[in-house]
Design a protein around this ligand. Structure first.
Ligand code: GDP
Length: 139
């Protein structure tokens, strides 16, 4: 059965471009409920830990540098079929391939600086949410 939780970040590029508000609007208009949220700034250690699964990928260094380059918004979102529905809302990793009407089509500028993160499985949604939030911060 599909879970009802996913985890997202509004990445430093979208925060710098002042797009927190429009992106949160798209998320809530698509039916996601905010279960936890914070505005924070990752450093190389905390960004590297979050993306540890990508450690062997050639872009890992660039990814960690980018994700620690400015503040982000982290959030746990709730909705039926959350992981798949959120991946559909954000669109393909590369904005050039993202469908019309998706968040990345609208706000991402490149495959690296692609505005938002979305969990790729129910299991990772839980792990990623727990990386940022304690039980006292989830509502
Ligand atoms: P996602 O699940 O759609 O976010 O994509 P992946 O799990 O494949 O990659 C994680 C993140 O790494 C992406 O969202 C991008 O920010 C970054 N990334 C992926 N591919 C590349 C790449 O070729 N170059 C760079 N610089 N970053 C990349």
């Amino acid at each position: 059965m599909a879970g009802n939780i996913t985890f997202t970040m509004i990445k430093p590029d979208a925060v710098r471009a002042n797009n927190i508000g429009p992106i949160l609007s798209m998320i809530t208009e698509a039916g996601f409920r905010i279960k936890a949220m914070k505005f924070t700034h990752l450093n190389e250690t905390t960004a590297g830990g979050f993306y540890a699964v990508h450690k062997e990928r050639p872009f890992y260094g660039e990814l960690v540098e980018f994700m620690s380059s400015g503040p982000i918004v982290a959030a746990i979102l709730e909705k039926d079929n959350a992981v798949a529905d959120f991946r559909e809302l954000i669109g393909a990793t590369n904005p050039a391939e993202a469908a019309e009407g998706t968040i990345r089509k609208k706000f991402a500028t490149s495959i690296g600086e692609n505005a938002v993160h979305g969990s790729d499985s129910d299991e990772n949604a839980i792990i990623e949410g727990d990386y940022f939030f304690s039980n006292l911060e989830k509502f």
